[in-house]
Design a protein around this ligand. Structure first.
Ligand SMILES: NC(=O)c1ccc[n+]([C@@H]2O[C@H](COP(=O)([O-])OP(=O)(O)OC[C@H]3O[C@@H](n4cnc5c(N)ncnc54)[C@H](O)[C@@H]3O)[C@@H](O)[C@H]2O)c1
Length: 266
């Protein structure tokens, strides 16, 4: 028996990085996947987001695993984009069982040097975007009186991080939303959890390092010093935790923020 056989997973920011690994793992465990991504850059940040070709590549991989895939282009900050994406998913895949609010962005800098545009981009995508994702998918989960809502927070949502005040604020905010929604959605048998990765090589870290003019190994190396196990966590490690939380095996796990940090959040 596969972990999420016959389910439909809706994943934001799924065209690359952790979202891509989750989409492939969900498909490998028997789920159809709706993959939502912006496919254009976010003003105020110094690195590029995914493009249409990357989104299509993930969908192709999902189909190669024998599952259905829907590609959805939109911005998690825009309610109309999310509403359209949810409607298209319901029309193409029939339902949504699992929602993963994964789309996220960052920059690195002292809080007092950030531009307003930078602050708004990070809070807008990571926190407001997670709320918009929840807002338009929850009514469907409630109607079916079941579901899994999973927010991708961060080790930076469990502690402070130098030069990441804006990112930490967004990721702590996501955990507050997780715990509140877990209370409100329990009567409908919907679990709500956050998963908190430590530093993992992805478009986010490589893009930020390029923008800062330093090797990505230097950037993630600083954060890796916090880990008790000094090994690079892979996107697939995060995907494994997310798929388990989405599975029936985790039906009584709700309101948690699960660190996948090799001990960095102790
Ligand atoms: N990589 C890490 O080290 C790390 C650590 C902790 C938490 N996280 C979190 O994991 C999540 C995934 O990050 P990643 O490392 O895979 O980054 P990534 O940059 O590789 O992927 C993020 C994806 O989100 C998309 N996206 C960005 N803004 C969007 C928007 N407004 N609307 C829709 N899609 C948008 C991008 O195009 C991209 O495909 C994020 O929430 C991030 O904060 C990552």
């Amino acid at each position: 028996m596969e972990l999420v056989e016959g389910k439909v997973a809706f994943i934001t920011g799924g065209a690359r990085g952790l979202g891509r690994a989750m989409a492939l793992r969900f498909a490998g465990e028997g789920a159809d996947v709706a993959i939502f991504d912006i496919c254009r850059d976010v003003p105020g940040l110094g690195y590029t987001m995914s493009d249409r070709a990357q989104l299509d590549e993930v969908a192709g991989q999902v189909r190669a695993l024998g599952r259905r895939a829907v590609t959805l282009v939109g911005d998690v900050r825009r309610a109309e984009d999310m509403q359209r994406a949810v409607e298209q998913t319901l029309s193409d895949l029939g339902k949504i069982d699992i929602v993963v609010a994964n789309a996220g962005v960052s920059s690195v800098g002292d809080a007092w040097e950030l531009t307003q545009e930078e602050w708004d981009a990070v809070i807008g995508v990571n926190l407001t975007g997670a709320w918009i994702t929840a807002k338009f998918t929850i009514p469907h989960l409630i109607a079916r009186r079941q579901g899994r809502l999973i927010f991708i927070s961060s080790g930076a949502g469990l502690g402070g991080r130098s030069k990441l005040a804006h990112y930490c604020a967004s990721k702590w905010g996501v955990i507050g939303m997780t715990k509140s929604l877990a209370i409100d959605l329990a009567p409908y048998r919907i679990t709500v959890n956050a998963v908190c990765p430590a530093s993992i090589l992805s478009g986010l870290n490589t893009g930020m390092a390029r923008h800062m003019g330093i090797p990505v190994e230097q950037l993630v190396g600083e954060w890796m010093k916090l880990q008790l196990i000094q090994e690079m966590i892979q996107p697939e490690d995060l995907a494994a935790a997310v798929v388990w939380i989405a599975s029936d095996e985790a039906r009584y796990v709700t309101g948690h923020a699960l660190p996948v940090t090799a001990g960095a959040s102790m």
